[in-house]
Design a protein around this ligand. Sequence first.
Ligand code: NAD
Length: 506
Amino acid sequence: METVFNFINGAVHDAVGEPQSNRISPIFDPATGQQTKQVRLSDEAQTQHAIAAAQHAYADWAKTSPLKRARVLFAFKALVEENLERLARLISSEHGKVYSDAIGELARGLEVVEFACGIPHLQKGEHSSNVGTGVDSHSLMQPLGVCVGITPFNFPAMVPMWMFPIALATGNTFVLKPSEKDPSLAVELALLLKQAGLPDGVFNVVQGDKEAVDVLLTDERVQAVSFVGSTPIAEYIYATASAHGKRCQALGGAKNHCLVMPDADLDMASNAIMGAAYGAAGERCMALSVVVAVGDETADRLIDKLRTQIATMQVGPGIVEGKENDMGPVISAPHKQKICDLVTNGVEQGASLLVDGRDLTISGYEQGYFVGPTLFDHVTPEMTIYQEEIFGPVLAIVRVPNYATGLELINQHEYGNGTAIFTRDGETARQFEEEVLAGMVGVNVPLPVPMAFHSFGGWKRSIFGPLNMHGGDGVRFYTRMKTVTSRWPASVRLEEHASRFNFPTM
Ligand code: NAD
C-alpha cells in the first residue's frame, strides 16, 4: 500500500530515514469506495521537526529580496502549469470531483500565485517626507516568521494556495497541514516549489489530524495560523491560536442563500443555480444550498426548470475516458450517510422532496459514494435541513411573499459566507448589496468567489478573525507593519539640536 508522508526540510520524510509515527489513516477513491493509499499521521515529535525546519530557514528567507522570492513563485507557476493534468487527476482520485473542476481549482490557486508574484510592489510600505521639519516617516512590512495553514478536504489545491504563495512571497516560512482525506497534493506542491528553487525548510508539509494541529496551535515558534474548515473546528482553532498569542484567520462553514425575485431571468437563474448547487457534489463552501423564491409563481416556474435540468444531469466518476460527468461522488461513506440521514430528516420534518438522490447507484461503481442531485420544496427555517450545512448535492427552496421577508431570512441565518440575488432591477440589487449580512455577494452571479487580487471571506459564523484570505488582506495578514520616523542631524552645519523635554509634535 502506497503511503503518503510528510515533506520536511526539502525531503519527503521517509526518504530521510527518520522515525515515523505509527498512526495511519486510509485514503479512499470516492468513485470506487476502494482504499488506494494510506497517510501517516504525525505525532508531536514530527510536527515539531517541521516547525524547527521552518524556523531554521526563516532568517535567510526573510532577508532574501522580494524580487528573488517572486521569481521562485514565477517558476512554481510554470511548473504547476506543466503538471496540470497530472495534478488534476490526483485531486480527482482522492477527492472525487470531476476533472474539469479539479483543473478549475488549480487555476484559481494559480491566480493567487500570480498575485503573489507582484510582491515587490505589494510589500513596498509607505513613505512620507517632511512629516516635521527635516523628519521623514516610512513603514516596513516585515514577515512574521513561521506561519501555519490547516486546510479542508474540499479544495486540496486551491485553499492551500490561498495561503502559502502570499506567506512565502512576503518572507515567511510555512508549515501546511492538509486534510488527511486527500493529502497527496500537498506533497506534490512541495516538490514543485523545491524544483522552482525554494530553499529547503521554507515550505513543509505535516500530515496529520488533531494531534498535529494541537502542536501547531500551541508551539511558541509559530507566529500565525490560517485555517479553513467547518465552523466548530474554526472556532476551536481561533480560540486556541489566539490564546497562545498567534495571529489567526479561521474560515468556517456556510449556508449560502440566493434570492430569486419575480422579475429575474429564470433561465439564467436556473442555469446558474444548477451549477452552484450541484457542482462538486455541493461540497463547496460557496455552494448555493437555499433558494429563497419571492412569490409562489416564481417558485413554481423555477422548480419546473430545475427539475428538467436535474433529469439530464450526468453523475459518475470524476475521471472517465471520453466523457465528462457533471458531478462526482461525495468524499466518504460516513459523509454520504450523513447527507442521506439529513434528507430523511427533511422529509420527516415536512419538507416536500421533489427529487431524491439517496438511492443512486452508478453501474460499475456500485461501492462509490454517490448521492444524486436532491431537491426540496416548502422548506421552512425551523427544519434541520435549513439550519445545518449539509455539504452535499441538496438544494432547498424556501418560499417567501416579498423581498423584505427574504432578506430578513437570509440575514437571520447564523452563517454569512456568500449570497446572491437574481433580478433585472438595478435598484433592488443595489439595496440587497447594501443590506445583506454576508461577506461575498453576487448580482445575477451564483458563486461570487472573489478574484485573487480581492479578498475572500464571509461574515457571522463563517469567519473568525478580522482579515480575509488573499488580496490586500492576505498581504496584511502575513506582514506586520513597522513605522520608522527618522531625522538626520546636520550637526556640522547647524546648532539646533539642544535637548527638548516637551512631548514631540510635528
Ligand atoms: P474539517 O473542519 O473537518 O477539517 C478541516 C481541517 O481541520 C482538516 O485539516 C482537519 O484535519 C482538521 N481537523 C478536523 N478536526 C479537527 C479537530 N478536532 N481539531 C483540530 N483539527 C481538526 O472540514 P472538512 O470536512 O475538511 O471541510 C469541509 C468544511 O470546510 C465545510 O464546513 C466547508 O464549508 C468548510 N470550508 C470553508 C471554506 C471557507 O472559505 N469558508 C472553504 C472551504 C471549506
